[in-house]
Write a protein that binds this ligand. Sequence first.
Ligand SMILES: CC/C=C\C/C=C\C/C=C\C/C=C\C/C=C\C/C=C\CCC(=O)SCCNC(=O)CCNC(=O)[C@H](O)C(C)(C)COP(=O)(O)OP(=O)(O)OC[C@H]1O[C@@H](n2cnc3c(N)ncnc32)[C@H](O)[C@@H]1OP(=O)(O)O
Ligand SMILES: CCCCCCCCCCCCCCCC(=O)OC[C@@H](O)COP(=O)(O)O
Length: 396
Amino acid sequence: MLQQDIDLSLRGRWTSIPSMGLLQLLKSQFLCHLLLCYVFLVSGLLVNLLQLCTLPLWAINRQLARKINCRLGYCISSQMVALLEWWSGTECTLYTDPESYPLYGKENAIVILNHNFEIDFLCGWTFCERFGVLGTSKVMAKKELAYVPLIGWMWYFQEIVFCKRKWEDDRRTVIKSLHNLRDYPENFWFLMFCEGTRFTEKKHQISMQVAESKGLPKLKHHLLPRTKGFCVSVQSLRGTVTAVYDSTLNFKNNETPTLRGILSGKKYYADLYVRRIPLDSIPEDEAECTAWLHKLYQEKDTFQEQYAQTGSFPGPVMSLARRPWALLNWLFWASVLLYPLLLLLLWLLQAGSTLTVVSSLTICVVGSVAVRWMIGQTEINRGSSYGNKETLLNNN
Ligand SMILES: CC/C=C\C/C=C\C/C=C\C/C=C\C/C=C\C/C=C\CCC(=O)SCCNC(=O)CCNC(=O)[C@H](O)C(C)(C)COP(=O)(O)OP(=O)(O)OC[C@H]1O[C@@H](n2cnc3c(N)ncnc32)[C@H](O)[C@@H]1OP(=O)(O)O
Ligand SMILES: CCCCCCCCCCCCCCCC(=O)OC[C@@H](O)COP(=O)(O)O
Protein backbone atom coordinates (compact mmCIF):
# COMPACT_ATOMS: atom_id res chain seq x y z
CA MET A 1 0.00 0.00 0.00
CA LEU A 2 1.32 3.45 -0.91
CA GLN A 3 1.96 5.95 1.90
CA GLN A 4 -0.66 8.19 0.26
CA ASP A 5 -3.30 5.39 0.49
CA ILE A 6 -2.45 4.76 4.14
CA ASP A 7 -2.82 8.48 4.89
CA LEU A 8 -6.19 8.61 3.14
CA SER A 9 -7.51 5.51 4.87
CA LEU A 10 -6.40 6.82 8.28
CA ARG A 11 -7.88 10.21 7.58
CA GLY A 12 -11.20 8.54 6.59
CA ARG A 13 -11.23 6.57 9.85
CA TRP A 14 -10.48 9.62 11.98
CA THR A 15 -13.13 11.73 10.31
CA SER A 16 -15.82 9.03 10.31
CA ILE A 17 -15.57 8.26 14.06
CA PRO A 18 -16.29 11.81 15.30
CA SER A 19 -18.99 12.30 12.64
CA MET A 20 -20.69 9.07 13.77
CA GLY A 21 -20.47 10.31 17.35
CA LEU A 22 -21.85 13.68 16.30
CA LEU A 23 -24.83 12.08 14.56
CA GLN A 24 -25.52 9.94 17.61
CA LEU A 25 -25.26 13.03 19.82
CA LEU A 26 -27.68 14.88 17.54
CA LYS A 27 -30.17 12.01 17.73
CA SER A 28 -30.16 12.18 21.51
CA GLN A 29 -30.97 15.90 21.57
CA PHE A 30 -34.31 17.04 22.98
CA LEU A 31 -34.72 19.57 20.15
CA CYS A 32 -34.58 16.77 17.56
CA HIS A 33 -37.17 14.80 19.52
CA LEU A 34 -39.35 17.88 19.68
CA LEU A 35 -39.18 18.29 15.89
CA LEU A 36 -39.93 14.58 15.29
CA CYS A 37 -42.86 14.76 17.66
CA TYR A 38 -44.12 17.98 16.06
CA VAL A 39 -44.22 16.31 12.61
CA PHE A 40 -45.86 13.19 14.09
CA LEU A 41 -48.50 15.14 16.06
CA VAL A 42 -49.48 17.65 13.41
CA SER A 43 -49.50 15.17 10.50
CA GLY A 44 -51.36 12.67 12.70
CA LEU A 45 -54.05 15.21 13.55
CA LEU A 46 -54.40 16.15 9.87
CA VAL A 47 -54.73 12.47 8.93
CA ASN A 48 -57.30 11.88 11.69
CA LEU A 49 -59.24 14.85 10.31
CA LEU A 50 -59.12 13.40 6.79
CA GLN A 51 -60.28 10.07 8.19
CA LEU A 52 -63.20 11.85 9.82
CA CYS A 53 -64.07 13.35 6.42
CA THR A 54 -64.42 9.82 4.99
CA LEU A 55 -67.36 9.11 7.34
CA PRO A 56 -70.08 9.84 4.75
CA LEU A 57 -68.26 7.64 2.21
CA TRP A 58 -68.71 4.55 4.43
CA ALA A 59 -72.45 4.69 3.74
CA ILE A 60 -72.00 5.13 -0.03
CA ASN A 61 -69.00 2.95 -0.91
CA ARG A 62 -67.70 0.98 2.09
CA GLN A 63 -64.90 -0.81 0.23
CA LEU A 64 -63.53 2.46 -1.15
CA ALA A 65 -63.72 4.05 2.31
CA ARG A 66 -61.73 1.11 3.71
CA LYS A 67 -59.05 1.39 1.01
CA ILE A 68 -58.68 5.14 1.59
CA ASN A 69 -58.43 4.66 5.34
CA CYS A 70 -55.71 2.01 4.92
CA ARG A 71 -53.59 4.55 3.07
CA LEU A 72 -54.34 7.34 5.52
CA GLY A 73 -53.49 5.05 8.45
CA TYR A 74 -50.22 4.17 6.71
CA CYS A 75 -49.24 7.86 6.84
CA ILE A 76 -49.27 7.66 10.67
CA SER A 77 -48.00 4.15 11.45
CA SER A 78 -45.21 4.30 8.86
CA GLN A 79 -43.73 7.32 10.68
CA MET A 80 -43.09 5.11 13.66
CA VAL A 81 -41.66 2.42 11.39
CA ALA A 82 -39.36 5.05 9.83
CA LEU A 83 -38.25 5.99 13.33
CA LEU A 84 -37.27 2.38 14.03
CA GLU A 85 -35.75 1.57 10.64
CA TRP A 86 -34.08 4.83 9.59
CA TRP A 87 -33.61 6.92 12.74
CA SER A 88 -32.52 4.19 15.17
CA GLY A 89 -31.25 1.89 12.39
CA THR A 90 -32.65 -1.13 14.24
CA GLU A 91 -32.05 -4.34 12.31
CA CYS A 92 -34.87 -6.85 11.98
CA THR A 93 -33.96 -10.41 11.02
CA LEU A 94 -36.53 -12.95 9.90
CA TYR A 95 -36.08 -16.66 10.57
CA THR A 96 -38.51 -18.70 8.51
CA ASP A 97 -38.70 -21.51 5.99
CA PRO A 98 -38.20 -20.59 2.31
CA GLU A 99 -41.43 -22.37 1.22
CA SER A 100 -43.63 -20.13 3.37
CA TYR A 101 -41.75 -16.91 2.62
CA PRO A 102 -43.34 -16.18 -0.81
CA LEU A 103 -46.83 -16.33 0.76
CA TYR A 104 -46.21 -13.60 3.34
CA GLY A 105 -48.15 -10.50 2.41
CA LYS A 106 -50.08 -12.38 -0.28
CA GLU A 107 -52.76 -13.90 1.98
CA ASN A 108 -54.85 -13.03 5.03
CA ALA A 109 -53.29 -14.35 8.22
CA ILE A 110 -53.72 -14.43 11.98
CA VAL A 111 -50.39 -13.59 13.64
CA ILE A 112 -49.60 -14.88 17.14
CA LEU A 113 -46.82 -13.01 18.94
CA ASN A 114 -45.19 -13.18 22.38
CA HIS A 115 -45.67 -10.03 24.48
CA ASN A 116 -42.42 -9.37 26.36
CA PHE A 117 -41.12 -6.12 24.91
CA GLU A 118 -42.16 -2.48 24.89
CA ILE A 119 -41.55 -2.18 21.16
CA ASP A 120 -42.85 -5.58 20.04
CA PHE A 121 -45.82 -3.91 18.33
CA LEU A 122 -43.41 -1.64 16.45
CA CYS A 123 -41.29 -4.58 15.25
CA GLY A 124 -44.55 -6.21 14.16
CA TRP A 125 -45.40 -3.08 12.17
CA THR A 126 -41.94 -3.11 10.59
CA PHE A 127 -42.48 -6.64 9.28
CA CYS A 128 -45.91 -5.55 8.02
CA GLU A 129 -44.25 -2.68 6.16
CA ARG A 130 -41.67 -4.97 4.57
CA PHE A 131 -44.39 -7.31 3.31
CA GLY A 132 -46.64 -4.43 2.15
CA VAL A 133 -49.49 -4.91 4.66
CA LEU A 134 -48.82 -2.08 7.12
CA GLY A 135 -51.89 -0.06 6.14
CA THR A 136 -54.16 -3.08 6.50
CA SER A 137 -52.59 -4.53 9.68
CA LYS A 138 -55.08 -5.35 12.42
CA VAL A 139 -54.81 -6.31 16.06
CA MET A 140 -57.00 -7.40 18.97
CA ALA A 141 -56.26 -4.41 21.20
CA LYS A 142 -57.33 -3.49 24.71
CA LYS A 143 -60.13 -0.90 24.69
CA GLU A 144 -57.99 1.67 26.56
CA LEU A 145 -55.82 2.09 23.43
CA ALA A 146 -58.82 3.37 21.44
CA TYR A 147 -58.48 6.65 23.37
CA VAL A 148 -54.79 7.19 22.62
CA PRO A 149 -54.72 10.27 20.32
CA LEU A 150 -53.75 9.69 16.68
CA ILE A 151 -53.02 5.94 16.90
CA GLY A 152 -56.23 4.98 18.72
CA TRP A 153 -58.34 7.31 16.59
CA MET A 154 -56.68 5.97 13.42
CA TRP A 155 -57.47 2.41 14.57
CA TYR A 156 -61.16 3.23 14.80
CA PHE A 157 -61.17 3.80 11.03
CA GLN A 158 -59.02 0.76 10.39
CA GLU A 159 -61.58 -1.57 11.99
CA ILE A 160 -59.35 -2.74 14.80
CA VAL A 161 -60.89 -5.34 17.12
CA PHE A 162 -61.08 -3.81 20.60
CA CYS A 163 -61.67 -5.83 23.75
CA LYS A 164 -62.22 -5.05 27.43
CA ARG A 165 -60.47 -8.32 28.40
CA LYS A 166 -63.69 -9.47 30.10
CA TRP A 167 -65.09 -12.28 28.03
CA GLU A 168 -68.65 -11.79 29.18
CA ASP A 169 -68.52 -8.19 27.81
CA ASP A 170 -66.30 -8.99 24.83
CA ARG A 171 -67.97 -12.05 23.33
CA ARG A 172 -70.58 -10.13 21.31
CA THR A 173 -68.45 -7.13 20.23
CA VAL A 174 -65.36 -9.16 19.37
CA ILE A 175 -67.33 -11.61 17.23
CA LYS A 176 -69.07 -8.69 15.49
CA SER A 177 -65.75 -6.94 14.72
CA LEU A 178 -64.26 -10.21 13.44
CA HIS A 179 -67.26 -10.82 11.16
CA ASN A 180 -66.72 -7.32 9.74
CA LEU A 181 -63.32 -8.42 8.46
CA ARG A 182 -64.77 -11.23 6.36
CA ASP A 183 -65.18 -9.06 3.25
CA TYR A 184 -62.09 -6.90 3.76
CA PRO A 185 -60.97 -5.69 0.31
CA GLU A 186 -57.19 -6.13 0.80
CA ASN A 187 -54.85 -8.71 2.35
CA PHE A 188 -54.52 -8.19 6.10
CA TRP A 189 -52.62 -9.58 9.07
CA PHE A 190 -54.57 -9.83 12.31
CA LEU A 191 -52.25 -9.78 15.31
CA MET A 192 -53.08 -11.48 18.60
CA PHE A 193 -51.01 -11.24 21.76
CA CYS A 194 -52.73 -14.28 23.27
CA GLU A 195 -51.01 -13.72 26.63
CA GLY A 196 -53.27 -10.63 26.83
CA THR A 197 -50.75 -8.47 28.69
CA ARG A 198 -46.98 -7.81 28.83
CA PHE A 199 -44.74 -10.28 30.68
CA THR A 200 -43.72 -9.30 34.21
CA GLU A 201 -42.30 -11.57 36.90
CA LYS A 202 -45.40 -11.15 39.05
CA LYS A 203 -47.84 -11.85 36.18
CA HIS A 204 -45.74 -14.85 35.22
CA GLN A 205 -45.82 -16.27 38.72
CA ILE A 206 -49.62 -15.93 38.99
CA SER A 207 -50.20 -17.27 35.52
CA MET A 208 -48.07 -20.35 36.25
CA GLN A 209 -50.20 -21.00 39.33
CA VAL A 210 -53.21 -20.99 36.99
CA ALA A 211 -51.36 -23.36 34.63
CA GLU A 212 -50.65 -25.70 37.55
CA SER A 213 -54.28 -25.62 38.68
CA LYS A 214 -55.33 -26.59 35.14
CA GLY A 215 -52.76 -29.41 34.98
CA LEU A 216 -50.84 -27.65 32.19
CA PRO A 217 -47.03 -27.69 31.87
CA LYS A 218 -45.29 -24.55 33.14
CA LEU A 219 -43.89 -22.01 30.71
CA LYS A 220 -40.62 -20.25 31.37
CA HIS A 221 -40.73 -17.37 28.90
CA HIS A 222 -44.48 -16.82 28.36
CA LEU A 223 -47.63 -16.20 30.35
CA LEU A 224 -50.40 -18.76 30.00
CA PRO A 225 -52.30 -17.80 26.82
CA ARG A 226 -55.91 -16.61 27.07
CA THR A 227 -57.59 -18.87 24.60
CA LYS A 228 -61.09 -17.49 24.02
CA GLY A 229 -60.13 -14.68 21.65
CA PHE A 230 -57.99 -16.96 19.51
CA CYS A 231 -60.61 -19.71 19.26
CA VAL A 232 -63.32 -17.28 18.28
CA SER A 233 -60.99 -15.65 15.71
CA VAL A 234 -60.26 -19.01 14.11
CA GLN A 235 -64.00 -19.80 13.97
CA SER A 236 -65.03 -16.36 12.67
CA LEU A 237 -62.27 -15.97 10.09
CA ARG A 238 -62.29 -19.50 8.66
CA GLY A 239 -62.67 -19.13 4.90
CA THR A 240 -61.21 -15.59 5.06
CA VAL A 241 -57.85 -16.26 6.63
CA THR A 242 -55.67 -19.04 5.21
CA ALA A 243 -52.92 -19.37 7.81
CA VAL A 244 -51.70 -18.63 11.31
CA TYR A 245 -48.21 -17.14 11.54
CA ASP A 246 -46.76 -18.29 14.82
CA SER A 247 -44.19 -15.59 15.54
CA THR A 248 -41.60 -15.47 18.31
CA LEU A 249 -39.62 -12.27 18.90
CA ASN A 250 -36.44 -11.65 20.83
CA PHE A 251 -33.52 -9.23 20.85
CA LYS A 252 -29.79 -9.82 20.63
CA ASN A 253 -27.56 -9.17 23.64
CA ASN A 254 -30.41 -9.58 26.17
CA GLU A 255 -31.55 -6.05 25.31
CA THR A 256 -34.81 -4.68 26.70
CA PRO A 257 -35.62 -2.12 24.00
CA THR A 258 -37.77 0.93 24.68
CA LEU A 259 -39.51 3.53 22.54
CA ARG A 260 -37.50 6.22 24.35
CA GLY A 261 -34.34 4.37 23.24
CA ILE A 262 -35.57 4.33 19.64
CA LEU A 263 -36.36 8.05 19.80
CA SER A 264 -32.81 8.67 21.07
CA GLY A 265 -31.45 6.79 18.06
CA LYS A 266 -30.42 3.60 19.88
CA LYS A 267 -29.95 0.67 17.53
CA TYR A 268 -31.35 -2.74 18.47
CA TYR A 269 -31.14 -6.14 16.80
CA ALA A 270 -34.54 -7.84 16.60
CA ASP A 271 -34.92 -11.51 15.64
CA LEU A 272 -38.30 -12.91 14.61
CA TYR A 273 -38.97 -16.60 14.08
CA VAL A 274 -42.11 -17.29 12.01
CA ARG A 275 -43.81 -20.61 11.31
CA ARG A 276 -46.69 -20.69 8.82
CA ILE A 277 -49.47 -23.02 9.96
CA PRO A 278 -52.40 -23.61 7.55
CA LEU A 279 -55.66 -22.60 9.21
CA ASP A 280 -57.30 -25.85 8.03
CA SER A 281 -55.01 -27.78 10.39
CA ILE A 282 -56.35 -25.93 13.48
CA PRO A 283 -59.32 -27.61 15.22
CA GLU A 284 -62.72 -25.91 15.01
CA ASP A 285 -64.01 -27.31 18.32
CA GLU A 286 -63.34 -24.89 21.21
CA ALA A 287 -61.86 -27.43 23.63
CA GLU A 288 -59.55 -28.84 20.96
CA CYS A 289 -58.58 -25.35 19.77
CA THR A 290 -57.77 -24.38 23.37
CA ALA A 291 -55.54 -27.44 23.76
CA TRP A 292 -53.91 -26.66 20.40
CA LEU A 293 -53.03 -23.12 21.55
CA HIS A 294 -51.59 -24.34 24.86
CA LYS A 295 -49.40 -26.79 22.94
CA LEU A 296 -48.29 -24.01 20.59
CA TYR A 297 -47.17 -21.89 23.56
CA GLN A 298 -45.21 -24.83 24.95
CA GLU A 299 -43.39 -25.03 21.59
CA LYS A 300 -42.83 -21.26 21.56
CA ASP A 301 -41.29 -21.62 25.00
CA THR A 302 -38.73 -24.12 23.66
CA PHE A 303 -37.81 -21.70 20.84
CA GLN A 304 -37.24 -18.92 23.39
CA GLU A 305 -35.17 -21.28 25.52
CA GLN A 306 -33.06 -22.11 22.46
CA TYR A 307 -32.63 -18.38 21.82
CA ALA A 308 -31.58 -17.82 25.44
CA GLN A 309 -29.00 -20.60 25.13
CA THR A 310 -27.66 -19.98 21.60
CA GLY A 311 -28.68 -16.44 20.61
CA SER A 312 -30.59 -17.62 17.55
CA PHE A 313 -33.83 -19.28 16.49
CA PRO A 314 -34.13 -22.48 14.45
CA GLY A 315 -34.59 -22.20 10.72
CA PRO A 316 -32.83 -20.31 7.96
CA VAL A 317 -32.53 -16.53 7.88
CA MET A 318 -34.34 -14.80 5.02
CA SER A 319 -32.96 -11.47 3.91
CA LEU A 320 -35.55 -8.75 4.05
CA ALA A 321 -34.44 -5.24 3.14
CA ARG A 322 -36.21 -2.13 4.43
CA ARG A 323 -38.28 -0.31 1.81
CA PRO A 324 -37.97 3.44 1.17
CA TRP A 325 -41.71 4.26 1.50
CA ALA A 326 -41.82 4.84 5.25
CA LEU A 327 -38.88 7.25 5.00
CA LEU A 328 -40.35 9.01 1.95
CA ASN A 329 -43.68 9.43 3.76
CA TRP A 330 -41.86 11.00 6.72
CA LEU A 331 -39.81 13.29 4.45
CA PHE A 332 -43.03 14.41 2.75
CA TRP A 333 -44.71 15.37 6.04
CA ALA A 334 -41.51 16.93 7.39
CA SER A 335 -41.08 19.13 4.32
CA VAL A 336 -44.73 20.17 4.37
CA LEU A 337 -44.79 20.94 8.10
CA LEU A 338 -41.31 22.18 9.04
CA TYR A 339 -41.33 25.12 6.63
CA PRO A 340 -44.43 26.80 8.16
CA LEU A 341 -42.93 26.12 11.61
CA LEU A 342 -39.77 27.94 10.59
CA LEU A 343 -41.79 30.89 9.28
CA LEU A 344 -43.79 30.98 12.49
CA LEU A 345 -40.63 30.97 14.60
CA LEU A 346 -39.10 33.80 12.54
CA TRP A 347 -42.28 35.81 12.85
CA LEU A 348 -42.39 35.21 16.62
CA LEU A 349 -38.78 36.36 16.97
CA GLN A 350 -39.33 39.49 14.89
CA ALA A 351 -42.84 40.63 15.71
CA GLY A 352 -44.32 38.30 18.28
CA SER A 353 -45.99 39.90 21.27
CA THR A 354 -45.43 38.46 24.76
CA LEU A 355 -48.85 36.84 24.52
CA THR A 356 -48.13 35.06 21.23
CA VAL A 357 -44.70 33.90 22.43
CA VAL A 358 -46.17 32.56 25.68
CA SER A 359 -49.05 30.88 23.80
CA SER A 360 -46.61 29.22 21.37
CA LEU A 361 -44.45 27.97 24.24
CA THR A 362 -47.56 26.60 25.97
CA ILE A 363 -48.55 24.70 22.80
CA CYS A 364 -45.01 23.24 22.66
CA VAL A 365 -45.20 22.12 26.29
CA VAL A 366 -48.70 20.60 25.83
CA GLY A 367 -47.55 18.76 22.68
CA SER A 368 -44.45 17.42 24.36
CA VAL A 369 -46.44 16.28 27.44
CA ALA A 370 -48.97 14.57 25.12
CA VAL A 371 -46.23 12.63 23.31
CA ARG A 372 -44.59 11.67 26.61
CA TRP A 373 -47.96 10.35 27.80
CA MET A 374 -48.34 8.34 24.56
CA ILE A 375 -44.86 6.89 24.96
CA GLY A 376 -45.83 6.06 28.56
CA GLN A 377 -48.53 3.76 27.15
CA THR A 378 -45.79 1.52 25.80
CA GLU A 379 -43.92 1.25 29.10
CA ILE A 380 -44.27 -2.05 30.92
CA ASN A 381 -43.75 -0.59 34.39
CA ARG A 382 -46.80 1.60 33.76
CA GLY A 383 -48.79 -1.36 32.44
CA SER A 384 -52.20 -2.59 33.53
CA SER A 385 -52.93 -4.87 36.46
CA TYR A 386 -54.59 -7.42 34.15
CA GLY A 387 -53.36 -10.88 35.09
CA ASN A 388 -51.86 -9.45 38.26
CA LYS A 389 -54.69 -10.08 40.61
CA GLU A 390 -54.31 -13.01 42.96
CA THR A 391 -58.04 -12.64 43.76
CA LEU A 392 -58.86 -14.06 40.32
CA LEU A 393 -57.15 -17.27 41.31
CA ASN A 394 -59.50 -17.74 44.22
CA ASN A 395 -62.43 -17.56 41.79
CA ASN A 396 -61.12 -20.45 39.70
C1 LIG B 1 -43.89 -12.79 8.44
C2 LIG B 1 -44.01 -11.86 9.57
C3 LIG B 1 -44.96 -12.31 10.57
C4 LIG B 1 -45.35 -11.64 11.63
C5 LIG B 1 -45.05 -10.25 11.97
C6 LIG B 1 -45.53 -9.91 13.33
C7 LIG B 1 -46.54 -9.09 13.64
C8 LIG B 1 -47.24 -8.18 12.72
C9 LIG B 1 -48.71 -8.30 12.64
C10 LIG B 1 -49.59 -7.31 12.77
C11 LIG B 1 -49.28 -6.00 13.40
C12 LIG B 1 -50.52 -5.26 13.75
C13 LIG B 1 -50.61 -4.34 14.69
C14 LIG B 1 -49.55 -4.03 15.69
C15 LIG B 1 -49.68 -2.68 16.28
C16 LIG B 1 -50.05 -2.39 17.46
C17 LIG B 1 -50.51 -3.37 18.50
C18 LIG B 1 -50.39 -2.81 19.86
C19 LIG B 1 -51.02 -3.17 20.95
C20 LIG B 1 -52.25 -3.95 21.13
C21 LIG B 1 -52.03 -5.13 22.00
C22 LIG B 1 -52.98 -5.27 23.12
O1 LIG B 1 -53.75 -4.43 23.46
S1 LIG B 1 -52.85 -6.80 23.93
C23 LIG B 1 -54.23 -6.83 25.00
C24 LIG B 1 -55.54 -7.10 24.35
N1 LIG B 1 -55.59 -8.30 23.59
C25 LIG B 1 -55.84 -9.51 24.13
O2 LIG B 1 -56.01 -9.64 25.31
C26 LIG B 1 -55.89 -10.69 23.21
C27 LIG B 1 -55.81 -12.01 23.95
N2 LIG B 1 -56.90 -12.20 24.87
C28 LIG B 1 -58.01 -12.94 24.60
O3 LIG B 1 -58.09 -13.45 23.52
C29 LIG B 1 -59.07 -13.08 25.69
O4 LIG B 1 -59.61 -14.34 25.60
C30 LIG B 1 -60.19 -12.02 25.56
C31 LIG B 1 -59.58 -10.61 25.58
C32 LIG B 1 -61.00 -12.19 24.30
C33 LIG B 1 -61.13 -12.15 26.79
O5 LIG B 1 -60.43 -11.84 27.99
P1 LIG B 1 -60.61 -12.65 29.34
O6 LIG B 1 -59.65 -12.18 30.37
O7 LIG B 1 -62.04 -12.65 29.72
O8 LIG B 1 -60.04 -13.98 28.79
P2 LIG B 1 -60.29 -15.47 28.98
O9 LIG B 1 -61.73 -15.77 29.27
O10 LIG B 1 -59.68 -16.11 27.80
O11 LIG B 1 -59.40 -15.67 30.29
C34 LIG B 1 -59.85 -16.36 31.43
C35 LIG B 1 -59.17 -17.69 31.41
O12 LIG B 1 -57.77 -17.45 31.53
C36 LIG B 1 -57.24 -18.21 32.61
N3 LIG B 1 -56.10 -17.46 33.13
C37 LIG B 1 -54.87 -17.55 32.65
N4 LIG B 1 -54.05 -16.77 33.32
C38 LIG B 1 -54.77 -16.14 34.24
C39 LIG B 1 -54.47 -15.19 35.23
N5 LIG B 1 -53.24 -14.71 35.37
N6 LIG B 1 -55.43 -14.74 36.01
C40 LIG B 1 -56.69 -15.21 35.83
N7 LIG B 1 -57.04 -16.11 34.90
C41 LIG B 1 -56.09 -16.58 34.13
C42 LIG B 1 -58.41 -18.37 33.51
O13 LIG B 1 -58.23 -19.50 34.30
C43 LIG B 1 -59.59 -18.53 32.56
O14 LIG B 1 -59.61 -19.86 32.12
P3 LIG B 1 -60.90 -20.56 31.42
O15 LIG B 1 -60.64 -22.01 31.60
O16 LIG B 1 -62.11 -20.06 32.09
O17 LIG B 1 -60.83 -20.16 29.97
C1 LIG C 1 -42.15 9.77 15.15
C2 LIG C 1 -42.49 10.30 16.50
C3 LIG C 1 -42.74 9.32 17.51
C4 LIG C 1 -43.61 9.73 18.63
C5 LIG C 1 -43.93 8.56 19.44
C6 LIG C 1 -45.28 8.54 20.11
C7 LIG C 1 -46.05 7.33 19.75
C8 LIG C 1 -46.73 6.62 20.84
C9 LIG C 1 -47.48 5.44 20.29
C10 LIG C 1 -48.37 4.78 21.26
C11 LIG C 1 -48.84 3.46 20.72
C12 LIG C 1 -49.44 2.64 21.77
C13 LIG C 1 -49.34 1.18 21.48
C14 LIG C 1 -49.07 0.42 22.75
C15 LIG C 1 -49.10 -1.05 22.50
C16 LIG C 1 -48.92 -1.86 23.71
O1 LIG C 1 -47.89 -2.41 23.91
O2 LIG C 1 -50.01 -2.04 24.51
C17 LIG C 1 -49.89 -2.87 25.62
C18 LIG C 1 -51.00 -3.92 25.63
O3 LIG C 1 -50.77 -4.83 24.60
C19 LIG C 1 -51.05 -4.66 26.92
O4 LIG C 1 -51.05 -3.76 27.95
P1 LIG C 1 -50.66 -4.19 29.44
O5 LIG C 1 -51.78 -5.03 29.97
O6 LIG C 1 -50.57 -2.90 30.18
O7 LIG C 1 -49.37 -4.93 29.40
